[in-house]
Design a binder for this molecule. Sequence first.
Ligand SMILES: [Cu+2]
Length: 452
Amino acid sequence: MKRTLNTVLIAIALWALPSAPAHARVAGAAGPTFDVTARADEISTSDGDSMWMWGYALGAGRMQYPGPTMIVNQGDTVTITLHNQLPVPVSMIFPGLNATATGGSAGLLTQEVPAAPPGQTTGTVTYRFRATSPGTFTYFSGSRSDLEVEMGLMGAIIVRPRVAGAVAAQQAYDDASTLFDQEFLFLVSEADPDIHKQVAFHCGPSSAACDLSGIDMTKRHPTDWFVNGRNFPDTLSDAGDPMFPTQPYNCAPMFHPGDRVLIRWVAGGVDFHPYHTHGQNHVIIARDARLLKTSASASADLAVSDYTTTTVPGETVDAIWGPWTGAKLGWDVYGTQDINPHSCNAAPGSDFDPVTHEYCPDHNKEIPVSLPSQSDLTFGVGSGGEWGGTPYLGVPGDLPPVEPAQNAQLNVFGGIAFMWHSHAERELTTNNIFIGGMATMALVVPVSVAIP
Ligand SMILES: [Cu+2]
């Protein structure tokens, strides 16, 4: 209980701080040179199980799922050196990036690094491309892709635009209509645990020889779904959380009212996934790193607004969600004066307060529903952990103690949470356990709260 009170006090103290602008950036490895080794390891799934995986590791690091998010700048010459410790040939292909490959041996689609004997490393193939245009790209193994992508050999590439020679870190493309305040990667993928068990059995550390001939990919039946390599609610844990040593990336979007939120979708598996953003539509500005515009236009004049976007395997989609302000809900999202004394000072010619982004015509209007009592609510991770204690932004309320204690307060700032999830509802499970799978919670926080 002491912890609960302390957190509420900290949250109130933070609310009192002046505006703390900060920009969330996609986590990843900065280029333009990358040294990558294909390795095997295990990941944790949210049903409490683990899964044998193959993946790309950075330098001497552990295999990771997905592979390193490679972040480079437009105009860079990018060099990726691939080594292999897996018992199968491995390669990398870069759709839309016109890469050259040297070394190794000729494979079906590109040069590949031969299979490695147990405990040894084979290499190397060097892939090189010039990042001529900005956007969101993907990479994956071009060697027996049906199995190797399922096993985890894939990842994302972000090319930041240069505008008049300077890297534009708050822009997705070289056009001001693609400016954003926060950006989040949504690399979506799926897995069939039975295939991973077969690979571990026939081709794992204790198998006499690697024999994959019995694995029939036509019998594939995924039962686990991921965002950035984790199932819900693990998507919400911190990036780099030691609980997930081989799944370093999270997906926990956090933003302020008024923010433009860039979503970079990467379809990293081999199935279609319809991704739904609650709270508001998103505007699709690019597909496959191509700005949606007519040839004569400088901005994304062919951008489309939608509430669910289906990504095709191997595709990337960039979309801007927001700005969200709570406008026209018909009630004051910051609470009435008796709960949270505050003012709304609209900018001249505008309905919005330029600091808090409150919609002033709804100022001090009561929420038009009867709120349930605390005893009628369920609390806990994934089933109410996002409830801040009141429906109002930046007004945390009393919450009962929840176990485990460290997860009791997922929403100490009194944020407003929206579930962003696959709209194929079966994909909201992890090996048939609801709720899990391809989902996360997006959290609107007051402007006073810094975005990590
Ligand atoms: Cu929904």
